[in-house]
Design a protein around this ligand. Structure first.
Ligand SMILES: Nc1nc2c(c(=O)[nH]1)N[C@H]1C(S)=C(S)[C@@H](COP(=O)(O)OP(=O)(O)OC[C@H]3O[C@@H](n4cnc5c(=O)[nH]c(N)nc54)[C@H](O)[C@@H]3O)O[C@H]1N2
Ligand SMILES: Nc1nc2c(c(=O)[nH]1)N[C@H]1C(S)=C(S)[C@@H](COP(=O)(O)OP(=O)(O)OC[C@H]3O[C@@H](n4cnc5c(=O)[nH]c(N)nc54)[C@H](O)[C@@H]3O)O[C@H]1N2
Ligand code: SF4
Ligand SMILES: [Mo]
Length: 676
């Protein structure tokens, strides 16, 4: 009888999740024989409390899946056909270097465009060697605006991005407004703190066109019409000013611009706001009264309210509330937006200034790839991004990548919808195969992520590849790190010791203020005069009609419905979207379905002048009439005609930050086939 095989060595490794999610969970990864067998929560991040989402619990399925790009490859069939032949790394990188040189010579360096966004969202996988390469080449500069640009501009303009109330302190609040965020899906570790607050008697109010899980747990849910948050917030300001609830002592001591905000709010009576926002006047009045009366009162501003023409002003008006109402200075009071900037170390290893080159807005990449001249884009280098499904005006993005005179590199982990259009495919490592920083933007947490397994196939990290290209193009310097590990060590050396030392020793930085800053006690606005600027001149000049100016709804008789496309629990943006998606449906209210003779489960066409999407409907009581909803980040294979919500999204820009207006899609819906 054969002896039983010796069990392979079993181990666990601690690391952290770098995906584009606010929470940055600590992870404990179990391995057998060098292969991941399970992924669980770790304990280093105080706010994530040892549990993780289902997406990452199963992330090793993606790591080892057949969808992985395992080798460099060159296109052999027509663009989009997905036909490639394997080549060596050396051949692939030589081919790319040659094209970069040649494109620069023939059309000028500005005809080269990096197309990237969050990817794994870490400090090392973005804006390190990649930034050095494209800067030294003189390539067109990409404005990465598709998310957080309007909220970021508002938070910067008003507060210089003051650190936000941390998750742990939500439990201290007596009243919490969750405004345009869906934490039950997109920041799940906030939920226990909301429950704790409620158990301790806090009032929870949610402002969202959908009855999300957090809205269903709330004391009040205002199912607002998308894109009208600015009006609701201004009506609250008006109420505070008119009814003697504005904190004049605080306004005098700590703010500028109240005299500009007040008259702009003056026109928005509760009745007018009720009409525009589509919520009862009584609900707005009650919200205003409760907010004025409560302390500590906390406003959590999400990202759902920014993705429209009024998004920047809306975020500014929401974040201005605690300043006008005097809600700072107590634990659990104030506002929460993003804590991405609290470490105060915006990539100190990038020392060269941004060169003065042409800028291209990522939210308008389809337009740039099809229309831009002087020079046209001839080389698109895609990494950390899946533009064919995540950018507005999908049809035009696809047209752009179909151009025969465009050379496209796609550097990704899996065979995405964009990768199908590559001339050269490069396999990328996941956050379980390279070094990175996991920087939370909800809680205040910073951890190192480490390679837990050997790269799958021939996958390489971003820094390995971009440093190699720098050398091939003779753009490297002796000071450049040589690879991923050297990049990590260089970055640590560039950080303040108070951050770097604990990271070196424990892979976890010690959060300032014990991770729980109190606004206007521990932290103050990072503006030059340390004041809140309620109407900063720069923002006022940037917004097309001035800050706090409400731009009317773009709906028409032909396209009366607002299409929103929020986050779901299946994917992070389009990451993980390759798997089966029974949840990809168009959510529609009973009234809107009935008016169109549509029954639950029907195949419908959702359309506007930009395109159409064929998809099944789900009739739901959880959505306000006049609004329909499709998930964000859907791959083309999951709709019947290969187009998704982004095909219906305009490439117009938000009032601040040049952001994407995904939720300004206005559409109509018709049944294609009735299921009943
Ligand atoms: N599971 C999961 N988690 C994620 C992500 C993911 O894809 N999946 N994505 C990550 C990323 S990149 C981001 S930016 C964050 C986003 O996290 P969230 O801030 O939650 O953003 P969204 O999901 O876009 O929208 C939030 C809510 O806003 C509502 N909404 C839409 N339009 C409006 C409006 O005009 N006004 C108001 N008041 N509400 C509106 C939507 O119905 C939705 O419930 O989540 C991160 N976390
Ligand atoms: N309809 C609609 N669309 C939206 C939105 C919306 O509200 N509605 N919101 C959007 C939001 S909030 C965001 S943040 C954007 C995000 O848009 P994208 O940045 O395109 O995000 P992902 O779809 O996650 O694509 C990231 C890609 O990077 C790859 N990647 C990850 N790590 C690495 C790495 O280390 N190296 C390399 N080379 N590749 C890597 C992943 O495999 C993945 O394919 O999408 C936006 N799209
Ligand atoms: S995606 Fe978010 S919730 Fe899931 S493990 Fe990563 S940080 Fe945690
Ligand atoms: Mo995002």
């Amino acid at each position: 009888m054969a002896r039983p095989a010796v069990a392979p060595p079993v181990s666990t490794v601690d690391t952290a999740c770098t995906l584009d999610c606010p929470d940055a969970c600590s992870l404990r990864v179990s391995l057998r024989g060098g292969r991941i067998t399970s992924i669980d929560g770790g304990t280093a991040n105080d706010a994530t409390r040892g549990y993780i989402c289902a997406k990452v619990r199963h992330f090793h399925d993606r790591v080892y899946s057949d969808d992985r790009i395992k080798y460099p490859a060159l296109r052999t069939g027509p663009k989009g056909s997905g036909q490639f032949r394997r080549v060596t790394w050396d051949d692939a990188l030589e081919h790319i270097a040659e094209n970069l040189r040649d494109t620069r010579e023939r059309h000028g360096a500005a005809s080269i465009l990096p197309i990237c966004y969050g990817g794994s969202n870490g400090w090392l996988t973005q804006d390190f060697a990649d930034a050095l390469l494209f800067r030294r080449l003189g390539a067109s500069r990409l404005l990465r605006t598709i998310c957080a640009a309007p909220t970021g501009a508002a938070n910067m303009g008003l507060y210089g991005k003051m650190p936000s109330v941390a998750y742990q302190d939500f439990a201290e609040a007596r009243l919490i407004i969750i405004w345009g965020m869906n934490p039950g899906v997109s920041g799940i570790h906030l939920m226990p703190f909301l429950k704790e607050a409620r158990d301790r008697g806090a009032t929870l109010i949610v402002i969202d066109p959908r009855a999300t899980s957090v809205a269903r747990q709330a004391d009040r849910h205002l199912a607002i019409r998308p894109g009208t948050d600015l009006v609701l917030a201004l009506a609250l300001h008006r109420y505070l000013f008119e009814h003697g609830h504005a904190d004049t002592a605080f306004l005098d001591a700590h703010t500028t611009g109240a005299d500009a905000l007040r008259p702009r709010a003056a026109e928005w009576t509760i009745d007018r706001a009720a009409e525009v926002c589509g919520v009862p006047a009584t609900a707005i009045e009650e919200l205003a009264q409760r907010y004025a009366a409560a302390s500590p009162a906390l406003v959590k501003c999400g990202w759902g309210l920014e993705r429209n023409r009024n998004g920047g002003s809306a975020a500014a008006a929401v974040m201005a509330l605690p300043a006008v109402a005097g809600k700072f200075g107590v634990r659990g009071g104030g506002y929460a937006m993003s804590n991405a900037g609290v470490w105060g170390t915006a990539r100190p290893w990038i020392t060269t200034p941004e060169p003065d080159v042409r800028a291209i807005n990522l939210a308008q990449a389809g337009r740039a790839l099809t229309e831009t001249t002087g020079p046209a884009i001839h080389h698109a280098f895609v990494y950390n991004c899946n533009p064919v499904v995540t950018l507005p005006d999908q049809t035009r993005v696809i047209q752009g990548f179909s151009r025969d005179d465009l050379f496209t590199v796609v550097f990704d982990q899996v065979m995405t919808d964009t990768a199908l259009y590559a001339d050269v495919l490069l396999p990328a490592t996941t956050f379980l195969e390279h070094y990175d920083y996991a920087k939370a933007y909800g809680p205040i947490a910073l951890q190192l992520a480490r390679p837990v397994i050997e790269p799958v196939g021939e996958a390489r990290s971003n820094n390995d590849v971009f440093f190699d290209l720098l050398r091939r193009l003779d753009l490297g310097t002796d000071a450049d790190p040589s690879d991923d590990l050297e990049a990590m060590l260089t970055s640590l050396a560039a950080l303040p010791e108070t951050i770097a030392d604990p990271l070196r020793e424990t892979w976890t930085a010690t959060p300032p203020w014990n991770g729980r800053p109190v606004q206007f006690v521990d932290v103050f606005p990072n503006t030059p005069d340390r004041k809140v600027h309620l109407c900063p001149p720069a923002l006022d000049a940037e917004a097309p009609h001035g800050l706090y100016h409400f731009q009317a709804d773009p709906a028409s008789d032909a396209y009366p419905l607002s299409l929103i496309s929020p986050a779901t629990d299946r994917t992070i943006n389009s990451t993980l979207g390759e798997a089966a998606r029974p949840d990809v449906v168009l959510d529609i209210s009973d009234a809107d379905a009935a008016a169109r003779g549509i029954a639950d489960g029907d195949l419908v066409r959702v359309f506007n002048a930009r395109g159409s999407v064929e998809i099944k409907v789900r009739i739901t009581p959880l959505l306000r009439p006049g609004t329909v909803s499709m998930p964000k980040g859907v791959w083309r294979r999951h709709s019947r005609n290969g187009l998704t919500a982004t095909a219906l999204a305009p490439d117009t820009l938000t009032d601040l930050g040049g952001g994407a207006c995904y939720n300004d899609a206005r559409v109509n819906v018709r049944a294609v086939i009735t299921a009943h």
